[in-house]
Design a protein around this ligand. Structure first.
Ligand code: SF4
Length: 329
């Protein structure tokens, strides 16, 4: 197999809070290959977004990366490279789509100028050609009457349209890797389908890799080849997508899948996972999921389960791997 495009090794991000140190991302490792879509799933507060931000050193103020953490992109060490080199990598070879387009767009520039600016900064195209390319890209992400819309300011557009402007900015240079955090959550289903189709087409055309952070398992099923499930700052399961849906290995993954709405009317009520994700200052000892797990026993309170390799690209962090007879039916 070829070397991965992105390789994340033992990513650890912590904060110091009044309640003590918070290990918000705690030893996350994974790879993404060219042309691959890897999904990062889990509830809010599991560390998905912070993981994504840390990959490009965009963590919030006060966050601290462990010196042993490593993030390599195409062989280059992102966590130690000079800020200038990193800035040129961002937006050119790696792009990120954020959840909140209003804070990421400049309010005093038209959206067309902002998309064209990306092209002007990173290519030798003239201002006019960059503008034409920007309008074409805005049309591709489903903005109607793109030439007129390009002349408007962010506040003149709806939230869904601003999100599409962000997506246009991220994709216009055909980056090698796109990190997308809930890219389609704010969009209606038709536009969502159009954006996902565009991402798929770009993946096929240019071999773009996609790290997709989402809570929407429908999008995961449609887009991803591999899935990482995060809980309380750790990866609790990594699995090829078909296996994740057909035979999830971790009770948390099972819970997430059981909470997905289906058209199956025999299921009276959607099952939800009891309880909530504990705060990062208060991860329980042993297994961090144990307070919410229907299968927990003594060992789960005393021993932290390791991430065990079960098959090619399938890893699970649960003591049931060694003691399957403990599983309650
Ligand atoms: Fe549940 Fe124990 Fe597995 Fe944790 S280690 S998920 S508590 S069975």
């Amino acid at each position: 197999m070829t070397s991965p495009l992105l390789s994340v090794h033992d990513l650890r991000v912590s904060f110091f809070t009044e309640a003590g140190p918070a290990r918000a991302v705690d030893g996350v490792s994974f790879t993404v290959h060219a042309g691959e879509t890897v999904a990062l799933v889990g509830e809010s507060g599991c560390g998905k977004t912070l993981t994504a931000l840390s990959l490009l050193r965009l963590m919030p103020t006060g966050a601290r990366l462990a010196p042993t953490s490593r993030v390599e992109f195409d062989g280059a060490d992102i966590l130690t490279m000079p800020e200038r080199a990193l800035r040129s990598l961002r937006g050119d070879r790696i792009a990120m789509i954020f959840q909140e387009p209003m804070t990421a767009l400049n309010p005093v520039l038209t959206v067309g100028d902002q998309v064209a600016e990306v092209v002007r900064v990173h290519t030798a195209l003239s201002g006019r050609d960059a503008w034409t390319r920007a309008v074409d890209m805005l049309a591709l992400v489903g903005i109607p009457d793109a030439a007129a819309r390009a002349q408007q300011y962010p506040h003149e557009l709806s939230g869904g349209m601003r999100q599409r402007v962000m997506i246009a900015m991220a994709l216009i240079l055909e980056p090698a890797l796109v990190i997308a955090d809930e890219p389609t959550t704010a969009l209606d289903v038709t536009i969502q389908a159009q954006i996902l189709e565009l991402l798929r087409a770009m993946r096929e055309r240019s071999g773009m890799a996609l790290l997709l952070i989402t809570h929407d398992l429908g999008v995961v099923a449609e887009m991803a080849s591999r899935v990482l499930v995060m809980y309380a700052g750790e990866v609790v399961e990594e699995s090829p997508v078909e296996l994740l849906f057909s035979a999830p290995g971790h009770p948390y993954t099972e819970g997430l899948l059981a909470a997905v709405p289906t058209l199956d009317t025999s299921r009276e009520r959607l099952r939800t996972i009891p309880g909530t994700v504990p705060p990062p200052t208060d991860w329980p000892a042993g297994c961090r999921f144990r307070e919410r797990c229907a299968h927990a026993w003594d060992r789960c309170a005393s021993d932290a389960p390791p991430l065990v390799q079960l098959g090619p690209a399938h890893r699970v962090r649960c003591h049931l791997v060694q003691e399957p007879e403990r599983r309650r039916t």
